[in-house]
Design a protein around this ligand. Sequence first.
Ligand code: 13P
Length: 245
Amino acid sequence: MPQLIAGNWKMHCLAEQAVALAQGIAAGAHGLAAELLVCPTALHVAAVARALHGSAVAVGGQDCHQSRQGAHTGDIAAPMLRDAGAGWVILGHSERRQNHGETDELVREKTLAAVEAGLIPIVCVGETGDQRAGGQETEVVGWQIAGSLPKPFAGVIAYEPVWAIGTGKTATEEDVATMHAFIREELQRQFGNAGQTVRILYGGSVKAANAASLLAIPNVGGALVGGASLDPTEFLTIARAAQAG
Ligand code: 13P
């Protein structure tokens, strides 16, 4: 399976900038070994999907509600994202877990809603700096996987150590290798054979300068890129470092 290079644009870009960024990425995306995805704010999913129509770049959301529809002011349902042109959705990002109190149980419900709507979920897990300092990183990630993923699970995992997000600090290659091997084992333990092929992305200060070494680590199925995904040249350089699998 090709590596997946996904851009999480978070709460960046006005509409015109989002479309320009998408066009800049699409212009350099043909013939790459990697699968490419961009996740703008939900408000821009439709415009970005239109801009990317016919290109090699897919579109995703950054969150969805666990219900198909209903009285949930300000929320966005998975079928709405699908309707707007999204094929993917990031769920359980640490910024949602921290800023919006999302629990593993809620992330699991959202994942089910996403799959039901025809979206491929990218479920994020990862320990905080304090948890790593306390030697609890594998325990925390093991619980997050057990609690956040429905069975069966048809999606992608993103391992994003919270202390590496937006900090310029990347996990060492050894840390990434250890954690991705652990996640693979957990997936196989919990899902049997199906756990062997689930892609496990790394996220946390991925940039052009470190992409090749991170993407060469066993069990790394791609990257979830924040800040560096806002620059087409940087994002495409990361994508060129990816492998066809
Ligand atoms: P940065 O690449 O900016 O560290 O963000 C990572 C991230 O949170 C992607 O979801």
